[in-house]
Write a protein of this length. Structure first.
Ligand code: GAP
Length: 513
């Protein structure tokens, strides 16, 4: 991360704490690694993101319904899903620094460096030649070819080691690439071991292996095991989807970068059940739809890009990420996967129960194929928070920090501020609030100078401030201040609701998708 981006990220993190968005978990005990709590403003923003997703899925698509499955599931679920045997990350320790790493990430770091070297060659050449043709240059330059050959070799070895579960080969690759620990600087590594990311606990009073259950590492399996319950009771016809928002838990080896990678997090997942053979059509459909959903927030279309997976998981026949330009660069925000019939087929095998659909049009039974959309709620939160955070220099030389959160997602929609704490102004302000609070989340504040109060509302992203002054008592007008332009306008109290409604409305945001 470049220095300025690093500083920006640090500022976002401390702002999130200072203004009640995110606190380290159990902070009075010095926190718990990679676990966070959402504060009073964070919880509101998070709920609004959930609402945006839930309504998009279940209101705008009459063939998608939502469920809320339990976190605990029968342990065989995780055998069938492949998580018991294959939900592992290869870990390695440096014996000197005692730090733990993911071996595949250390190796990928070498690949990234080689890719950066290629980019530098390209940049240098682009400056030298007019009418520069990147593809031609990359295809013919000897140094680039050498770097690319190395990348391909490393990729092949890494892929083979992962596919064959060959941890010795992975360690050999770390040694051959002469990877040093960034902390100790030494190459004094342990062997690479597989580490299962699922948290387990015991159910009931007897702690033995028979009672071992897992905290779900993804919400998707709660949907698969309920596929027939929902299809039958909801009389759903293929193609149809089941949506769910809920907690997931992963014992990540390296969990850092704030709420980007946590051990307890939330997912918003939708499994779309389709006729076998039609999955690629639906995969493309959901790829486009999900990108549009993100872009409708107005955080900048350039901040999103697709990243197609070349190495597919065992259950997928196509997969991509929607990446977002986070403060530390482009990273995965959402995954879109064509999961074939892997999950339902496997649950059929392990449970001995038929999980098939009778297609009355074709007069046949089949196990549907599945296209999944899976977005991390906390990553969505980070994308909104980080891209809304602005440090602005104003014309009068002062500075402000403002969260330009999309208005429909903002924790509070309007702040109601009596200019003074006397002369009946607080009473009038409460009167206005008592009308508006049924439609909008309002915030009331009477302490401190009005300028200071405006700054505090800017810092938590409140789109509108309404100021009640002495003129209000005479003619029933107030000033309304816009967070982004800071412009103030005098309007009749009766007009306030109409002015605010459109721009903070979730329905208006959904219409943009
Ligand atoms: N059901 C498919 C699935 O779980 P995934 O790519 O492992 O796929 C989906 O996760 C999304 O969940 C990711 O795109 C990311 O947004 C979020 N996610 C995954 N692990 C996370 C973690 N440790 N902390 C926060 N979000 C995470």
């Amino acid at each position: 991360m470049a220095n300025t981006e690093d500083n920006l990220f640090k500022n976002v993190i401390s702002h999130a704490k200072e203004y009640g968005f995110i606190f380290p978990s159990s902070e009075i005990y010095d926190g718990l690694s990679a676990v966070y709590d959402y504060g009073q403003n964070g919880a509101e923003l998070k709920n609004n993101i959930k609402e945006y997703w839930w309504k998009f899925m279940t209101l705008l698509h009459d063939n998608i319904v939502g469920i809320d499955a339990a976190i605990f599931m029968h342990p065989t679920t995780w055998k069938a899903s492949g998580h018991v045997d294959a939900f592992n990350d290869p870990m390695i320790d440096n014996k000197d620094s005692k730090k733990r790493y993911r071996a595949d990430q250390l190796i990928e770091g070498v690949i990234e460096k080689l890719e950066e070297k290629i980019e530098k060659e390209v940049e240098k050449a682009a400056k030298r030649f007019e009418n520069f043709d990147r593809a031609m240059f990359v295809g013919t330059n000897a140094r680039v070819a050498e770097y690319q050959k190395k990348i391909d070799e490393i990729n092949t070895r890494l892929k083979d080691a992962m596919a064959n579960n060959d941890m010795a080969a992975m360690k050999q690759l770390v040694d051959d690439l002469e990877i040093a620990d960034p902390i100790s600087g030494t190459k004094n590594w342990t062997d690479v071991r597989q580490f299962n990311l699922m948290f387990s606990t015991e159910m009931g009073s007897v702690a033995d292996d028979a009672n071992k259950i897992y905290l779900r590492p993804e919400t998707a399996q709660g949907i698969f095991v309920n596929f027939l319950n929902v299809q039958k009771t909801g009389r759903m016809k293929i193609p149809f989807g089941i949506a769910q928002i809920g907690k997931a838990f992963r014992n990540e080896i390296v969990a850092r970068q704030f709420i980007f990678r946590m051990r307890e997090f939330e997912q918003m997942e939708m499994q779309f059940f389709v006729k076998p053979g039609e999955e690629m059509k639906w995969y493309e459909f959901w790829k486009a739809k999900r990108l549009k959903w993100h872009q409708a927030l107005g955080l900048g279309n350039d901040n999103y890009r697709y990243h197609d997976h070349l190495n597919l998981a065992h259950y997928a026949n196509a997969a991509c990420d929607i990446q977002f330009n986070f403060p530390m660069g482009f990273r995965e925000l959402e995954g879109i996967h064509s999961r074939t019939d892997f999950d339902l087929k496997s649950h059929e095998k392990y449970s001995g129960k038929k999980l098939q659909y009778f297609d009355s049009e074709d007069n046949q039974n089949y196990i549907p194929y599945v296209v999944e959309t899976s977005v991390g709620l906390d990553r969505m939160f980070l994308s909104v928070l980080a891209s809304s955070y602005k440090e602005e220099k104003l014309e009068d030389g002062s500075e402000r920090v403002v969260l330009k959160i999309p208005a429909a997602l903002a924790p509070n929609k309007v702040a109601i501020l009596p200019l003074m704490k006397k002369d009946g102004l607080p009473e009038k302000a409460h009167e206005i609030m008592n009308v508006l609070k049924f439609d909008f989340r309002c915030f009331y504040e009477e302490k401190d100078a009005i300028g200071k109060r405006y700054r505090r509302q800017d810092a938590i992203g409140t789109p509108y401030c309404i100021t009640v002054d002495h003129q209000t008592l005479q003619d029933n007008t107030v000033t309304i201040r816009d967070r982004d332009t800071m412009k103030q306008e005098r309007v009749a109290i009766d007009e306030v609701k109409a002015i605010i409604s459109e721009s903070v409305s979730m329905a208006a945001l959904l219409k943009k998708v």
